[in-house]
Design a protein around this ligand. Structure first.
Ligand code: NAI
Ligand code: MG
Length: 510
């Protein structure tokens, strides 16, 4: 098992707040409060049973890929290898789709209650093995164990329980007209919430009687392969779930495979557009959950300390590798300065380091490629004249790391205000009136999520009716629930996941 990097601690010392429009005044330089030291509290890894090599999961069995190729999945916090993982080729994808098509014949005819029983079994197995799943999720992808343990894995189990409950009640989900499952679903998922994205895709597909070929992201395949083991353990009929691992070309083959009736994709807008072009005219159903550049709007009547916590959670959760991250902070001008002072002070207390340390707030960047993208966009922000603030913070010497970052003096035309950075980087803009806040919030090609902080209920409703976003959180951020539909507008994609709306994406009606 790979060892973890030494924990580093952000220095919680004087963090001068950058001002939206001016220099640092002497009054800004106040000490950040007490200095806390923590003893490392690493999560144990001795209970893990990772194999050295994982094959493709096709028709209920782990099988080597036809070409015999494998690639390493590494721990991004240490750059050490975790396991070799099969690289699927066209033949393997075809075989997986054929297995799913065979399984569809009987799975789609099972009474809903029987399908529900399998889903309940999977949900319980996920709960039983939640500790192991959380540790592997953190090792393979770099996210803090506190998040994988307290957010990701519980939500994964919730999604299976929720959809298990629907399996025998689908006539109530779709009243008044007959419905039927679509067939084989080709599902391609990203690396930011590997097992959670698997759950969002697989649970509704199975509940409604479809079968699945899933392609996990190349940097984070391991929990999907552990899930494949759970499918075996649950006695799920062969071929109902298949997992083909590998890079982008494997995803491209899967979505184009003739036997696939429905494609569900979560990932970059560029790949989403490519898939949409490739599927045009094919008759395949498609849902896309793509990028975002969410506005997080704070009014001057908001409870300031809670709003600071919400903003921190909105952008630094999961290193900012979050499609719905609150990456554009819109502050009402009258309170921007005191707010930024508190925010930067709070940033200086974020602990960056070993993902397996239970004290860690910000873990490792998922890959060298992603670190490169973040670094390039942050450099563009500086070059375009925005002002960068990063708290003093010692980063481990190995692995991929980026300090919590904040930009002020941001113009709406700057790349950092327009493009998804997908890292721990916040761009701060200001506004004067609610109308201006709405205009700035909607000044984006995305439309996945938004946040608003104010004491006025009427203003929350006024804002949420006007902000073009699939989800608007009010006086909170990053809340997820299996019963709540999630999805975007414009270049954030289309289709909803979760709730009845999410089920509807997996059936034909009428
Ligand atoms: P990506 O879109 O290339 O990867 C997502 C998944 O799609 C992976 O499983 C990948 O193997 C697969 N894939 C890649 N090319 C494909 C193709 N031509 N056809 C079918 N599947 C394909 O995302 P990438 O390159 O890892 O990240 C780039 C940027 O995308 C990030 O910086 C971020 O801005 C955004 N992104 C957004 C996500 C979201 O949750 N909305 C998730 C991941 C990335
Ligand atoms: Mg990995």
């Amino acid at each position: 098992m790979a060892t973890s990097p030494p924990t580093t601690s952000a220095t919680p010392d004087a963090a001068p707040a950058p001002r939206p429009g001016g220099g640092h005044g002497a009054e800004d330089r106040r000490p950040a409060g007490g200095r806390f030291t923590y003893a490392p509290a690493p999560e144990a890894t001795d209970h893990l049973r990772l194999r050295d090599r994982y094959e493709l999961f096709i028709d209920g069995q782990f099988r080597p890929p036809a070409a015999g190729e494998h690639r390493l999945s590494i721990n991004p916090a240490t750059e050490e290898p975790l396991a070799e993982v099969a690289e699927a080729g066209p033949e393997d994808v075809e075989r997986a789709v054929a297995a799913a098509a065979r399984a569809f014949r009987s799975w789609s005819r099972l009474p809903g209650g029987r399908r529900g029983r399998y889903l309940f079994r999977l949900a319980r197995l996920i709960q039983e093995r939640q500790r192991e799943l959380a540790v592997v999720e953190s090792l393979d992808g770099g996210k803090p164990i506190r998040e994988s343990r307290d957010v990701d894995i519980p939500l994964v189990a919730q999604h299976f329980f929720y959809h298990a409950g629907w399996a025998d009640k689908l006539d109530h989900a779709f009243p008044g007209a007959p419905w039927r499952p679509l067939g084989v679903c080709g599902q391609v998922i990203p690396w930011n919430f590997p097992l959670m994205m698997l759950a969002w895709k697989i649970a509704p597909a199975l509940a409604t009687g479809n079968t699945v070929v899933l392609k996990p992201a190349e940097t984070t395949p391991l929990t999907a392969l552990l899930f494949a083991e759970l499918c075996q353990q649950a006695g799920l009929p062969d071929g109902v779930v298949n997992v083909v691992t590998g890079g982008g070309p494997v995803g491209a083959q899967l979505v184009r495979a003739p036997g696939v009736a429905k494609v569900a994709f979560t990932g970059s807008t560029a790949v989403g557009k490519e898939i949409q072009r490739a599927l045009a005219g094919s008759g395949k159903r498609l849902s896309l959950e793509l990028g975002g550049k969410a506005a997080h709007v704070v009014f001057d009547d908001a409870p300031m300390d809670q709003a600071v916590e919400g903003v921190i959670n909105g952008i630094y959760f999961n290193q900012g590798h979050v499609c719905c991250a609150g990456s554009r902070l819109l502050l009402q001008e009258s309170m921007a300065e005191p707010f930024l002072r508190r925010l930067t002070r709070r940033m200086a207390r974020l602990r960056v380091g070993d993902p397996l340390d239970k004290n860690t707030d910000v873990g490792a960047i998922n890959s060298r490629e992603q670190l490169g993208r973040i670094t390039e966009l942050v450099a563009s922000g500086v070059a375009q004249g925005a002002r960068l603030y990063q708290p003093p913070c010692e980063l481990p010497s190995r692995g991929f790391w980026f300090p919590p970052s904040l930009f002020t003096d941001v113009a709406p035309s700057h790349r950092i205000a327009r493009e998804e950075i997908f890292g721990p980087v916040l761009a701060v803009l200001t506004f004067r009136t609610p109308a201006e806040a709405v205009e700035r919030a909607n000044n984006t090609r995305y439309g996945l999520s938004a946040g608003v902080w104010t004491q006025s209920g009427a203003r929350i409703l006024w804002m949420s009716q006007r902000m073009r976003a699939g989800v608007v959180w009010a006086n909170t951020y990053n809340q997820f629930d299996a019963a709540a539909p999630f999805g975007g507008f414009r270049e954030s994609g289309f289709g909803r996941e979760g709730g009845v709306q999410g089920l509807a994406a997996y059936v034909e009606r009428g």
